[in-house]
Design a protein around this ligand. Structure first.
Ligand code: SF4
Length: 219
């Protein structure tokens, strides 16, 4: 977990006192709320900073990410960067892009498939993290769990319905399928995604990242 600032303040913590960004991160890092349900001791994996403009909300760390501590450092991440039209360097520039999945710790697997993110996690940590990142212009919701938490009943009947209706969630959110190699069939069955949605996504991401370049630096 990284932050490029320790002096910014967030609105309040759970007991209502003002806390710094670093203090909030320390609370996240120390979280053991669902430890009894995890296969390993909790290891929240996220990259956030108070100046981030784009927030990417995925599902939950897989085993490799849990072991390395680097989110999206895999084939899914390569595809995601290609979708977004950005380099690894930009993707991992925590001053501009925040990475925080719906479940921050590796939830384990069952029969070779990753378990869903722990349901306690997003309601517990996303509100304070978002409040501590006031410059977020756009939030990418990757996969059904991120969409369920952020869009609730506004979601479509299927993930394809939700993604196809991406305009309905602008300007704050952009729903996407998971870029996992396991989703190649979905992409093949839904060619409109690459043809119509990706160009719009790249434009929105470029605008979000460019926003603020000519503005005063956030205090
Ligand atoms: S998954 Fe979330 S709620 Fe559970 S221990 Fe990790 S940080 Fe805490």
């Amino acid at each position: 977990m990284r932050s490029n600032s320790s002096s910014s303040t967030t609105p309040t913590d759970a007991v209502g006192k003002t806390e710094t960004f670093a203090e909030l991160l320390a609370r996240v890092q120390a979280c053991t709320v669902c430890a009894a349900h995890l296969p390993h001791p909790p290891r929240p994996i996220l990259r956030v900073s108070p100046t981030a403009r784009l927030l990417i909300v995925g599902q939950a760390p897989g085993r490799r990410v849990h072991e390395t501590g680097i989110p999206w450092n895999d084939a899914s991440g390569d595809t995601l960067r290609q979708w977004l039209g950005i380099t690894r360097e930009t993707f991992y520039d925590v001053s501009r892009i925040a990475l925080a999945p719906a479940g921050l710790c590796y939830p384990g697997t069952v029969k070779g498939s990753d378990l869903p993110p722990r349901p306690e996690c997003a309601p517990l940590w996303h509100p304070p993290l978002r409040a501590a990142m006031p410059d977020i212009r756009l939030t990418l919701l990757i996969g059904a769990y991120a969409q369920a938490y952020y869009l609730g009943k506004r979601r479509g009947r299927t993930l394809a319905d939700t993604v196809a209706a991406w305009r309905d969630f602008a300007p704050d959110y952009f729903p996407l399928p998971h870029p996992s190699p396991r989703n190649r069939l979905w992409l093949k069955r839904n060619p409109w995604f690459e043809q119509e949605v990706l160009p719009a996504l790249r434009e929105r991401v470029g605008t979000a990242l460019a926003a603020g370049d000519n503005e005063a630096v956030h205090p």
